[in-house]
Design a protein around this ligand. Structure first.
Ligand code: C5P
Length: 301
């Protein structure tokens, strides 16, 4: 048992997101390639006063629930129930990942809470069991635990390591407001029912680019089936996408269900230039730089 546990959990970008049909359980069958990038939420877990409580600070904190709807709270309760220990912890969450941005911020918090509470309570749950609990909490939560670069199948929760080389440099254009993931999936279903959506992207090209460590090839291969739906709901994102391409990004894609737009650039120096220019163009709320892949949710030393 430790008196305090501090965990950092990363944001993710989908380098490829192939969305299949809606399943009977309401989820869509996915083939996706995730990459964990260096924007983090930090969670501090301390002994509570007989219950699970949370306090949220930082980027967009006011939009994050501080009750039982909070994904970190749900994660702590789930772990306590499965491990047979009292659900007693105070969670302090510092948001560095934009809320409802398509960057898996909520999933990062859930993954962080699993790791932190496991350490605080000394439950000693195996990695495999933590991944199973993560999948119960949300489709992206197992990846937030796993980190790196991984292929996700099923509803995104079944992970396979992707072999790859190199560090990739990203510029993220954060949008005003957020997009609710179910709304974006529903819009994609609607657009597909009407017809006229063309197949886009190739998983093989993304995997080959990662194997070769080739940022330019990866940039041209980035694709996301949710992007047309996100753009339909948020037409303003087109300006950000175009601006990044004009500034020389080798790839531009809406991240997950959006509305964050991710630009891949060739070097860290180019990321500084593109981020500065983008910030001056008034096409987004703010700009962040990040690199990936980075590790998943883990205890800070
Ligand atoms: O699993 P998670 O809680 O992140 O999913 C949020 C919502 O996103 C689901 O309720 C569903 O509407 C949609 N979703 C989906 N197919 C997936 C993952 C998420 O339709 N594979």
């Amino acid at each position: 048992m430790t008196p305090i546990a501090i965990v950092r959990a990363p944001a993710k970008i989908n380098l490829f997101l192939g969305c299949g049909e809606r399943r009977e359980d309401g989820f869509h069958e996915l083939t996706t390639v995730y990459q964990a990038v260096s924007l983090y939420d930090e969670l501090v877990a301390r002994p509570g006063s007989g219950d699970v409580t949370v306090e949220v600070r930082g980027e967009g904190a006011r939009a994050v629930p501080d009750d039982d709807d909070n994904l970190a709270v749900r994660a702590a309760r789930l772990l306590a129930a499965r491990a047979g220990v009292p659900a007693d912890v105070h969670l302090q969450l510092d948001k560095g990942i934009p809320v409802a941005g398509g960057l898996a911020g909520g999933s990062a918090d859930a993954a962080a809470a699993l790791v932190a509470c496991d350490a605080l309570w000394g439950t000693g749950v195996s990695r495999a069991d933590l991944l199973e609990l993560a999948a119960e909490l949300g489709s992206d939560v197992p990846f937030s635990l796993h980190g790196g670069t991984a292929l996700g199948t099923g509803r995104g929760e079944q992970l396979t390591e992707v072999l790859g080389h190199g560090q990739y440099h990203w510029v993220l254009a954060l949008a005003e407001g957020g997009l609710a993931t179910p709304t974006v999936y529903a819009e994609l279903d609607r657009m597909r029912a009407v017809g006229g959506l063309h197949p886009w992207g190739s998983l093989d090209r993304v995997l080959a680019a990662l194997r070769a460590g080739d940022a330019v090839a990866l940039g041209t291969a980035l694709s996301n089936d949710l992007q047309p739906a996100a753009l339909r709901l948020r037409p303003d994102l087109r300006r950000a996408l175009e601006a990044g391409r004009e500034l020389g990004a080798v790839g531009a894609v809406v991240s997950g269900s959006g509305p964050t737009v991710a630009f891949l650039v060739k070097t860290g120096a180019q990321a500084i230039d593109v981020a500065a220019a983008l910030a001056g163009m008034g096409v987004c709320r703010s700009v962040r730089r990040a690199h990936g892949p980075v590790h998943g949710a883990r205890l800070r030393d």
